[in-house]
Design a protein around this ligand. Structure first.
Ligand code: BGC
Length: 379
């Protein structure tokens, strides 16, 4: 099973974590960002007895998509705490507002962050953030979303995002019986997200010439509501004649499905997704959504945490973390960790999402899903 490959990499990181010596050495002198103004973490009286805190900023992009607060943040925080008990995490969520993210990044820098782990709301303003950080000699890890066109990024930790789009496109073709006449509506992600562009490119590489793309939209802010509006428009224009829906993630899939239900479409055509959100996994069991892409967020968040702690404590990042892999962002070859995404349908839910305890059967198979869980052989 491919998830073993993911855990295999994790073994290497766990090992490199051991290489980390204590992070508790005193941070002193001009470079002591732990004691910068606004440091609420260590009271003045503590300073003689306790080492200065090492601050690591985690800048998340939004909260409409469940993964950030329910998976990325807790996995990242747990790993940082395990590797470096003295480290303090300055976590923020920009709620899809690029200027808010810029303000949050500036606050983190003022507050003495030694590294920024940045999941960018939008590529352009993320580049401004990275440049500011670089001017203060603060390294930046592009988390999940690459920041293109800047040399101020030190690492990139993500999945093979073009392959996410390809998996979605290929699964949809399978669900449609590989019929070139099948009518597909494409609901892409946000055009301001570098990943949105990569998913779209991967999906087109699978779908073009193999199905008819009858309508296509980009979804500003990845908003499920906007996806729903777009799907409603498509249904009106197409007189409800839709054979399949490419939705770039589970949030937009939820919007598209809501639009189709409201239009009375029955049975629902196959719909793709991404993130293995709990609601999407449950829709897959009910047959409302055809597939999702499972990205094991734990190894992603943990890789970012390992790199962040090394950078924040001034230690060289072990090369086995990236294995020498780089991704060119238009300005430099960025050392990168790229994990492998998996296509998940009802058939392999058990061997992927459940086997990894991403969601437990107890979480998935609540009241209204018990029968569907039994039918799918997961209860
Ligand atoms: C992430 C997806 C997520 C989407 C919306 C993308 O950059 O890779 O996992 O669903 O953003 O937040």
């Amino acid at each position: 099973m491919k998830t073993n490959a993911i855990s295999g990499r994790l073994g290497a990181w766990a090992l490199s974590a051991l290489v980390l010596t204590s992070c508790s050495q005193k941070q002193e002198g001009a470079g002591d960002k732990g004691s910068a103004a606004g440091d609420k973490g260590a009271a003045a009286g503590d300073k003689a007895s306790k080492p200065a805190e090492i601050k690591i900023a985690l800048l998340l992009p939004e909260s409409k998509t469940a993964r950030y607060e329910s998976k990325d943040r807790p996995f990242f925080e747990a790993k940082i705490k395990a590797l470096c008990p003295e480290c303090q995490i300055l976590a923020s969520n920009a709620n899809q507002d690029a200027s808010q993210q810029q303000a949050q990044a500036e606050a983190a820098l003022t507050n003495g962050a030694r590294v920024l782990v940045l999941d960018a709301v939008d590529s352009a303003s993320a580049s401004v953030i990275a440049t500011k950080a670089k001017a203060q000699k603060v390294p930046v890890i592009a988390y999940d979303r690459l920041v293109p066109g800047t040399d101020a990024i030190d690492f990139y930790v993500s999945f093979d995002n073009e392959s996410v789009g390809r998996l979605q496109g290929e699964s949809l073709l399978t669900a449609l019986g590989n019929k070139p006449t099948a009518r597909v509506v494409m609901i892409n992600g946000a055009p301001t997200d570098n990943n949105g562009m990569l998913f779209k490119k991967g999906a087109h590489s699978a779908l073009d010439g193999k199905a008819q793309i009858v309508k296509e939209y980009d979804t500003p802010d990845w908003s499920p509501d906007k996806a729903q509006d777009q799907m409603t428009q498509a249904l009106t224009a197409l007189n409800n004649q839709v054979d399949g829906v490419y939705a770039a993630n589970d949030g937009t899939a939820g919007g598209a499905i809501a639009a189709m239900k409201a239009a009375g479409i029955k049975p629902l055509p196959p719909v793709t997704g991404q993130d293995a959100e709990l609601a999407a996994v449950q829709r897959i069991l009910l047959g409302e959504q055809y597939m999702t892409v499972y990205k094991a967020i734990k190894p992603q968040a943990e890789a970012a945490a390992v790199i962040a702690v090394h950078l924040a404590t001034g230690k060289p990042v072990p090369t086995d973390i990236t294995g020498g892999k780089t991704v060119n962002n238009g300005k430099k070859d960025v050392p990168s960790v790229l994990l492998v995404p998996l296509a998940v349908t009802r058939e392999n839910l058990k061997d992927t999402v459940i086997a990894d305890a991403f969601w437990t059967t107890e979480q998935i198979c609540t009241n209204q899903y018990v029968e569907a869980c039994k039918a799918a052989g997961i209860l």
